[in-house]
Design a protein around this ligand. Structure first.
Ligand code: GTP
Length: 597
């Protein structure tokens, strides 16, 4: 296809503002799909993604559209994940297209994710077309929302397209806006192949499928290609497009988005952001900004029932095939038996993988306290990585403990700036920069990753009523005064709850964890002391009182159904517990104990 007849775009929106509904409409109106296929929702297909309201894997669809100017256009829509854990994936997908539709619910206005995502689009130099959705709702205020887009985001919204994705109103205007207002891609067909690896995933029938955006040159079936970062060579088996189902295609030229397969064994052999070129006639330079995604949060995953271990191993291997940023190795623990130490991009990534293991593979899990990767400078001059606080060696051998720090960028309306600064200071943050753009402030902080991974994002959202957007990158390691804090339940240390903390914050965190655990662990027939300790010295303590015999006693009167419900709930809760000595600890306690409010 000629470059001038191609438009590549993404849709950025806050959750629930109608991204999927609009995408479905565009697919339907351009005739890509039958009604039945339509129902099976092409974009956003994974059950889990739908339930959690987040999109994890980028998806693409190629639409054919005859515009009012009489010309035929190819429109490539790329769907992007919307959460900060996957910020790198989002930024890569954004760089694969030239424009964005900014969808804003006309009854709600601009919200946090709108901002976070639109800044990614601006960073990628996109032309942006504002689209106001849900104008069928009586509460819709398109004029107010237009103004808000101009004030808060700083882009012209006077020509925003007004639509109802639900009823189909205004969809033809969206298509015209894509053709007339978004730029065509550029590229050189005669130059050596230069393509970006936008995404990849494992398909049960095809093996690894790679989503590519061609910059220069032409990609064909049978070509010998090279992944420039890993220098691995492959022969291309198939080249195709998503229409939206995968369809073989003779070739992909400059400006085009499509897929290739090349007998690649594992997703981890493909790196998002990498440059693909021809083995024989390679391009001179890689595309800029490539960085492999590395896991930054580690935790142990153990089956509640030891008999599930083999099933779990199989499930984990399968998940890892499809997710290059998820790592695992076997681990054994005195209290928990056999399990795996796993690495993730962030806490959401961890929760997604854990949920999939539980739901798709039906395995009950205990998740141990998540930890970032520490670096130990040993007295003997060697350096060790510590993925698990429980493995902390004898301190007499350790010269220094280093922890990862990040550079965090936060955009927030003025009114909430104070709350954001306070939060960052509480988390040992060091302010680097503070600037204003209209009524919004941009704050840049250095923060220890350890203080951010568990609940920083949630806290930030809550103190700013959802109006802050947040992004971060890892900056490097710093030596800090860190200590290992143990938690003793009923006088027994529970390794799975051990954490590394800053000495100055140890008492506060110890107290917070004991208080949290007191709420999270149900009462037993005896009293259960909970203590936080550093090197044998107890720094905080709480006690769970012994339970009264009859749990149903506190229900009023003789409400039988209520009693039954309570007992059933207890039974269900039981399944998700794990015994430590004589004490049952619920599964969610291991993560929730670390969240601070
Ligand atoms: P995520 O997939 O969760 O990110 O959400 P999304 O942005 O894709 O939103 P989605 O398309 O799932 O729409 C969210 C809700 O808004 C659904 O219940 C839609 O039916 C509804 N909705 C979408 N467009 C319109 C519209 O034009 N008018 C009205 N009244 N409702 C709409």
């Amino acid at each position: 296809t000629e470059l001038s007849r191609i438009r590549n775009f993404s849709i950025v929106a806050h959750i629930d503002h109608g991204k999927s509904t609009l995408a479905d409409r565009l697919i339907q109106i351009t005739g890509g799909l039958t009604d039945r296929e339509m129902k099976e929702q092409v974009l956003d297909s994974m059950e889990l993604e739908r339930e959690r309201g987040i999109t994890i894997k980028a998806q693409t669809v190629r639409l054919n559209y005859t515009a009012q100017d009489g010309n035929d256009y190819v429109l490539n829509l790329i769907d992007t994940p919307g959460h900060v854990d996957f910020a790198y994936e989002v930024s890569r997908s954004m760089r694969a297209v030239e424009g964005s539709l900014l969808v804003v619910d006309a009854s709600q206005g601009v919200e946090a994710q709108t901002l976070a995502n639109v800044y990614q689009a601006i960073d990628a130099n996109h032309e942006i077309v504002p689209v106001l959705n849900k104008i069928d709702l009586p509460a819709a205020e398109p004029d107010r929302v237009k103004e808000q887009i101009e004030d808060v985001i700083g882009i012209d919204a006077s020509e925003a397209v007004l639509i109802s994705a639900k009823s189909g109103l205004g969809i033809p205007d969206v298509l015209e806006a894509i053709v007339n207002r978004l730029p065509a891609p550029t590229g050189d067909r005669e130059a050596p192949l230069k393509a970006m690896l936008v995404d990849s995933w494992y398909d049960a029938y095809l093996g690894v499928v790679v989503l590519v955006r061609i910059r220069d040159g032409v990609l064909k079936k049978g070509d010998k290609i090279r992944m420039m970062s890993t220098k691995a060579d492959y022969q291309v088996d198939r080249v195709g497009v998503f229409s939206p189902v995968m369809k073989d295609w003779p070739e992909l030229g400059p400006g085009e988005l499509g897929f290739l397969t090349a007998s690649i064994k594992q997703v981890r052999d493909t790196r998002v952001g990498d440059t693909i070129t021809h083995e024989k006639r390679p391009c001179a330079q890689m595309l800029p900004g490539f960085k492999p995604s590395i896991p930054v949060v580690f935790c142990g995953l153990f089956p509640v029932d030891a008999n599930d271990f083999e099933d779990m191993r199989e499930a984990i291997e399968k998940l890892a095939l499809n997710d290059a940023s998820f790592t695992y190795e076997m681990e054994t623990s005195a209290a928990l038996g056999f399990g795996f130490r796993c690495g993730f991009l962030g806490l959401l990534h961890l929760e997604v993988i854990r949920d999939r293991l539980e739901r798709e593979y039906d395995i009950d899990l205990v998740t141990t306290a998540p930890s970032v990767v520490y670096r130990l400078q040993m007295r003997d001059g060697t350096v060790r990585e510590l993925h698990n606080p429980a493995d902390m060696p004898d301190l007499t051998h350790v010269e220094e403990i280093e922890e990862p720090w990040i550079k965090a960028t936060i955009l927030v309306p003025d009114d909430y700036l104070g709350a954001v600064l306070k939060l960052c200071e509480e988390r040992r943050g060091q302010q680097r920069d503070l600037t204003y753009a209209g009524s919004r402030a941009m704050v840049v902080y250095d923060l220890p990753l350890n203080e951010v991974v568990f609940d920083f994002y949630d806290r930030l959202k809550s103190v700013t009523k959802g109006y802050a957007s947040f992004d971060y990158q890892i900056e490097g390691y710093r030596a800090e005064n860190l200590v290992k804090m143990q938690i003793l339940v009923n006088d027994e240390p529970v390794d799975a709850l051990s954490t590394m903390v800053h000495r100055d914050r140890a008492e506060m965190r110890g107290r917070a964890m004991c208080e949290k655990l007191k709420e999270l662990i149900p009462p037993h027939m005896f009293k259960v002391p909970i203590q936080a300790a550093i090197g044998g010295r107890v720094i905080a303590r709480e006690t769970i009182r012994a339970m009264r015999k009859d749990v149903t006693a506190k229900c009023y009167g003789g409400d039988v159904t209520r009693k039954r419900k309570l007992l059933e709930k207890q039974k269900a809760g039981k399944k998700k517990m794990r015994q430590f000595g004589k004490v049952d600890i619920p599964q969610e306690a291991f993560i929730n104990a670390l969240k601070m409010d």
